[in-house]
Design a protein around this ligand. Structure first.
Ligand code: C2E
Ligand code: MG
Ligand code: MG
Ligand code: MG
Length: 280
C-alpha cells in the first residue's frame, strides 16, 4: 500500500473481484478509451543515475511511465492496461498522449529555469510503424522548443525482431533527430551478438529479472560484454538494494534505475526532488 501511495509499481491490477476475464478486458478497454479521449492519463517519472564514482551518484535522466487511475477502480497497473491498449490499437493514441505530455512538461521545466535531463519513453510496435509517427514527434518537439537530444525511446527486443527492417529504418531516422534508442527488458528475447550488430541502437537496458536474481551474474556479465563489443551503453533496471548495486558495479555497469534510487513519481514531485534551479 505504501508503495502505491508513493506512486510505485502496482504489481497486481487493482480490479474488483467481480470483473474477471473477457468482460473485464472489454470494460477496461471502454473506460481507457474514455480516459484517453479526455486526456486523463498521467505520466510518472523514475530517476536514472550514473554511479561511475564510488562515492557519488549523478542523476542523468528519467523514464516516463504511464499511470491511469479509474474513478471507481482506483489505480490500474500498466501491466494490465498496456496489453489491452496494444490489442485494441488504442496504444497509438496512448503513446502519442504520453509523448505530448512529456514534451510539454519539459518545456515548462525549461521555462521555470529548471535543469532538464533526458526523458525516455516506452514505445510499441504499432506506434513506430505508423506513417505519421515521426512527423508527429518532429512537430511536437518543434512546437515546444525541445531538442531531440533530450528524448530517448525504449523498444523491446521482441518488437524489433518482429519487424526488423522497418523498425531499424525508423530507429535511424529518429537517431538523425538526436533521439537515443534503447532496447528495454534486454536478455529476455534471445538476441545474438551478430543480430544486435545489424541494429541501429545506442543502449541496452538489462531486464530487472536478471538484476534481482542471485544467480544471474553470469548473464549480466555477458550482456555487458556484448554491449562493450558493440560499443553500446548499458543500464540496469529494477535495482532494489545495495547488494545488487555492488554486483552491477563490479561487473562494470554504471547506469542504474530502480526503487533503491527512486520510485516513479508524479511530475511535480520529480521536479521538486530532482530538477534544481539553474543560476541560483
Ligand atoms: P518497463 O518499461 O520495463 O518499466 C519498468 C517497470 O518496472 C515500471 O513498472 C517501474 O515502475 C518498475 N520498476 C522500476 N524500478 C523497480 C524496482 O526497483 N523494482 C521493481 N519491482 N519494479 C521496478 P510500471 O510503471 O508498472 O510499468 C510496467 C510496464 O508497462 C513497463 O515496463 C512498460 O513496458 C509498460 N509501460 C508503462 N508505460 C508505458 C507506455 O507509455 N507505453 C508502453 N508501450 N509501455 C508502457
Ligand atoms: Mg521501459
Ligand atoms: Mg524494462
Ligand atoms: Mg520490464
Amino acid at each position: 500500500y505504501a508503495s502505491k501511495e508513493k506512486g510505485g509499481h502496482t504489481a497486481t491490477p487493482y480490479i474488483p473481484e467481480q470483473f474477471k476475464g473477457k468482460e473485464v478486458s472489454l470494460s477496461i478497454e471502454k473506460e481507457l478509451s474514455k480516459a484517453l479521449a479526455e486526456e486523463r492519463l498521467e505520466v510518472y517519472y523514475q530517476p536514472k543515475y550514473s554511479v561511475c564514482d564510488e562515492r557519488d551518484s549523478q542523476l542523468f535522466g528519467a523514464e516516463a511511465l504511464a499511470r491511469w487511475t479509474h474513478a471507481e477502480w482506483g489505480p490500474v497497473s500498466p501491466a494490465t492496461f498496456i496489453p489491452i491498449a496494444e490489442e485494441s490499437r488504442m496504444i497509438v493514441t496512448l503513446e502519442n498522449l504520453v509523448i505530448k505530455k512529456v514534451v510539454a512538461q519539459m518545456e515548462e521545466w525549461k521555462r521555470a529555469g529548471r535543469a532538464v535531463f533526458r526523458v525516455s519513453i516506452n514505445l510499441s510496435l504499432a506506434t513506430i510503424l505508423q506513417q505519421q509517427f515521426i512527423p508527429y514527434v518532429k512537430a511536437t518537439l518543434r512546437y515546444h522548443g525541445i531538442s531531440g537530444d533530450l528524448i530517448e525511446f525504449e523498444l523491446t527486443e521482441r518488437m524489433v525482431m518482429q519487424n526488423e527492417r522497418e523498425v531499424n529504418a525508423k530507429m535511424r531516422e529518429m537517431q538523425s533527430m538526436g533521439i537515443t534508442i534503447s532496447i528495454d527488458d534486454f536478455g529476455t528475447g534471445y538476441s545474438s551478438l551478430s543480430y544486435l550488430h545489424q541494429l541501429s541502437i545506442d543502449r541496452l537496458k538489462i531486464d530487472q529479472s536478471f538484476v534481482q536474481q542471485d544467480d544471474a551474474k553470469g548473464i549480466i556479465a555477458s550482456i555487458i560484454q556484448m554491449a562493450d563489443s558493440l560499443n553500446l551503453r548499458v543500464i540496469a533496471e529494477g535495482v532494489e538494494n545495495e547488494q545488487q548495486l555492488q554486483t552491477l558495479r563490479e561487473l562494470g555497469c554504471t547506469e542504474v534505475q530502480g526503487f533503491y534510487f527512486g520510485r516513479p513519481v508524479p511530475a511535480y514531485e520529480y521536479e521538486r526532488q530532482y530538477l534544481y534551479l539553474m543560476n541560483s
